[in-house]
Design a protein around this ligand. Structure first.
Ligand code: FE2
Ligand code: ZN
Length: 344
């Protein structure tokens, strides 16, 4: 292993360098010179012991040093051809830690799950907060109603088909988890659609790396608004993380605003965007099912797009949406597993 001197000094675990009460770091690396080197170092019994020029002593367990950089994060898994979201009963999901742990593991891997047997009362999504929450509030409403309204501000408030999208592309950080709770679905049509956006992007990247690249660089404005509300953000459609892995898809045909036509990349952007739209609206990319009253579809919204077919507005159809954050969901899982181990 090659261990930088400043890394070693910064990660001294002694009682002077850390806050005992909180197990947080107290040492500040700017308190030592940039060219700091150990006065002496010795390795024995899988322990590295260092004395620094000012006499400060640090020691490091080999076992811990070797563990840095490895990760037990759940990696996203591709959907099989006959994929349907994992289904979990609503009440046990809330009441039983082991059921919740299993469901959240599946949810994090697949990016989607369905809770069934939920109440059909408005506001039920509030009760998911202990497992997924807190609720991520955005403008318009804390819990959003989706039904046909002549005064609605979004295509979702009409019986028109809703192409796959994620909600609130008009925020710099859109909600990363969305729960869609069907209270009543008594109309013909309106089948739910989900698309694994990351899988679509992987295919696009493999076949058209230039398209992928332009979609990750050209900023695109998105806006959702009504008379009293304004949300607006300008961000690329594709987000990759620092190691180049796909980390986010921002896709909403209905909220997208014109990109700058004078941008020299505008022509290339449109070839790429057109191809992305073709792939997202291709039935081959879409998983479709009927969401019934008392069912809650939960999606990892920076990965999985949702939409629906058109429906005939002849019966009751009422959906409620609330948002959460994937960071919080994953951290609930860490705590659930810790609690599970403590009970064994
Ligand atoms: Fe939506
Ligand atoms: Zn120390």
């Amino acid at each position: 292993m090659t261990l930088p001197h400043l890394w070693l000094r910064d990660n001294c675990g002694c009682g002077d360098c850390r806050i005992a009460q909180t197990d947080e770091k107290k040492f500040m690396v700017s308190s030592v010179p940039a060219d700091l080197e150990p006065a002496s170092a010795e390795l024995s019994d899988d322990e590295l012991r260092i004395v620094w020029p000012d006499g400060h002593r640090s020691s490091y367990q080999g076992k811990l040093l070797r563990a840095y950089g490895s990760s037990d994060e759940i990696t996203g898994s591709s959907w099989p051809r006959d994929y349907m979201p994992y289904r979990c009963a609503y009440r046990p999901f809330l009441d039983d830690d082991r059921t919740a742990t299993n469901a959240i593991v599946r949810f994090v891997a697949d990016g989607a799950m369905i809770l069934e047997g939920a109440p059909t009362e408005p506001g039920t999504l509030e009760y998911l907060a202990p497992r997924l929450g807190p609720v991520r509030e955005v403008l318009f409403d804390r819990i959003h109603d989706v039904a046909v309204y002549p005064s609605g501000y979004n295509v979702a408030h009409t019986p028109l088909p809703l192409p796959p999208h994620n909600d609130f592309a008009s925020y710099t950080w859109p909600p990363s988890v969305q729960a869609l709770h069907m209270l009543a679905n008594e109309t013909p049509g309106g089948e739910s659609i989900i698309v694994d956006g990351w899988e679509v992007l992987k295919g696009l990247r493999a076949e058209h790396p230039d398209y992928f690249d332009v979609l990750s660089r050209v900023p695109v404005p998105f806006r959702e608004f009504d008379e009293d509300t304004e949300t607006f953000a300008v961000e690329p459609i594709v987000r990759v993380n620092s190691s180049g892995t796909i980390a986010g898809l921002r896709f909403s045909n209905q909220l997208m605003q014109p990109i700058n036509p004078n941008d020299p990349r505008a022509v290339d952007f449109y070839y790429a965007y057109r191809e992305l739209c073709r792939r997202i609206t291709d039935p081959v990319s879409q998983v479709s099912f009927r969401l019934n009253g008392g069912e809650i579809l939960v999606v990892a919204a920076h990965r999985v797009l949702h939409g629906r077919q058109a429906f005939e507005p002849v019966g009751r159809r009422h959906l409620q949406d609330a948002y959460f954050e994937l960071d919080n969901v994953k951290n609930h899982l860490v705590v659930l597993r810790r609690r599970g181990r403590a009970q064994q």
